[in-house]
Design a protein around this ligand. Structure first.
Ligand code: G3D
Ligand code: MG
Length: 178
């Protein structure tokens, strides 16, 4: 296979500040978790090649600061994204309540085919949970762009690889016209 044959997908990580976007990215890319990543300044991206369904798929994953002060240029990164990983924190209901704002905003600036994976992160914090799983499941059902929902932990790695992989499978199906 030549590099030209690879699938390439651009994926955005979105969600309120502090929900664990940067931590999920590091867990997925190099399987690490450091409790003290500096709050993301502006934008960074990381790439990873994954094998799925016997194909080589290159992911370019953009981690965009959630703070509102970056809003003005955040949108420049949205336009040609194929996938979005939208994250909330199961210990902070406010981050769940804000999901609709993130979705509306993103869908206005990307193509209609954009596929969203919804992640309820920090499930390791069992005693601090304030958003039950059923809320996430129901929210996902209500939005046709949300193709999958999982509860994850960047701290333990629970479901992180699986969530990315599921989104990639949907993106591949979609790019083949399925
Ligand atoms: P963000 O990129 O969405 O802003 P970060 O979020 O990845 O910077 O994470 C914000 C805080 O939540 C960090 O803690 C980080 O360690 C913690 N965190 C991220 N994911 C998880 C998780 O799955 N479980 C737990 N227990 N903590 C998580 P600090 O203390 O640096 O604010
Ligand atoms: Mg961050």
């Amino acid at each position: 296979m030549t590099p030209r044959d690879q699938y390439v997908f651009k994926i955005l990580l979105l969600g309120d500040g502090g929900v664990g976007k940067t931590s999920l990215l590091h867990r997925f890319i190099d399987n690490t978790f450091e409790p003290d990543y500096k709050s993301t300044i502006g934008v960074q991206f990381m790439t990873k090649v994954v094998e799925t369904e016997n194909e080589s798929v290159k992911l370019i994953i953009w981690d965009i600061a959630g703070q509102s002060k970056f809003t003005s240029y955040r949108h420049l990164y949205y336009r040609d994204a194929e996938g979005i990983i939208l994250v909330y924190d199961i210990t902070r209901p406010r981050t769940f309540e804000n999901l609709s704002i993130w979705i509306t905003d993103a869908l206005q600036r990307t193509t209609r085919k954009t596929k969203i994976a919804l992640l309820g992160n920090k499930v390791d914090l069992v005693d601090q949970r304030l958003v039950t799983r059923i809320y996430g499941e129901q929210f996902a059902k209500l939005h046709e762009n949300i193709v999958c929902f999982s509860e994850t932990s960047a701290a333990t790695g629970e479901n992180v690889d699986e969530a990315f992989k599921t989104l990639v499978e949907f993106l591949m199906r979609s790019s083949r016209g399925g």
